[in-house]
Design a protein around this ligand. Structure first.
Ligand code: CDP
Ligand code: CDP
Length: 198
């Protein structure tokens, strides 16, 4: 059985949490594609060229412990604007999406570029202020700096020429600004069930 759920949206919208819950509930494999760009950004920070870092990426690179920081997020969004980096990562993501048993992928361009034929496409979003507050609860530090970084990354991701962040024409948008995470997960699962029943 091949079944792909594509989940896109800006930072701290709830994509990862929703994706993990969908994967657990429906028995699908899950790929956090942001981790791929974070891992490439980390290798570039260590001196590799962006192209070599993307072409040489191995699954273990996604397991390093320093990928969740704000700095790693900024480094990711910088390398993610380079077309050769994105191109080197397409096939791995597409193979993952079409594995037997179903898959959920979350990122920025899954519904638009990586899996335009996905059975379910969700665009998960929330206001910058709400998202920055959620991220601040996770990482701490200076709240106004967290908000500035979220906005800077949104801006870079939405305005790049290659695979900009935007909802696919046939995506269902879930605005989680005033939703609990449980309500957001329920809304997302309802979409999967709707498509499974045809
Ligand atoms: O993957 P993404 O960056 O889009 O977001 P996430 O890591 O799933 O969520 C960021 C944080 O916001 C997590 O701590 C979630 O539990 C929280 N969250 C929330 O409190 N309410 C929501 N409706 C969605 C996410
Ligand atoms: O968890 P959060 O939403 O903060 O970020 P992430 O999903 O880990 O993504 C980090 C960065 O990688 C994003 O700001 C994008 O620049 C880039 N990215 C991308 O370009 N395409 C994807 N499919 C996933 C992430």
């Amino acid at each position: 059985m091949k079944f792909t759920v594509a989940i896109d949206g800006p930072a701290a919208a709830g994509k990862g949490t929703i994706s993990r819950q969908i994967a657990a509930r429906f028995g699908f494999a899950h790929l956090d594609t942001g981790l791929i760009y974070r891992a490439v950004g980390a290798k570039v920070a260590e001196g590799m060229t962006p192209e070599a870092a993307a072409e040489g990426l191995v699954p273990e690179d996604l397991e390093r412990g320093d990928l969740r920081s704000l700095e790693a997020g900024q480094a990711a969004s910088k390398v993610a604007a380079i077309p050769a980096v994105r191109a080197a990562l397409v096939e791995f993501q597409r193979r993952f999406a079409r594995q037997d048993g179903g898959a959920v992928l979350d990122g920025r361009d899954i519904g638009t570029v990586i899996c335009p034929g996905a059975e379910v496409k969700l665009f998960v979003t929330a206001s910058p202020e709400v998202r920055a507050h959620r991220r601040w609860l996770e990482v701490g530090g200076d709240a106004s700096q967290v908000l500035a970084e979220v906005k800077e990354r949104d801006d870079r991701d939405m305005n790049r020429a290659d695979a900009p962040l935007r909802p696919a024409a046939d995506a269902v948008t879930i605005d989680t600004s005033e939703m609990t995470i449980d309500a957001a997960v329920d809304a997302a699962c309802a979409e999967v069930l709707r498509h499974q029943r045809g």
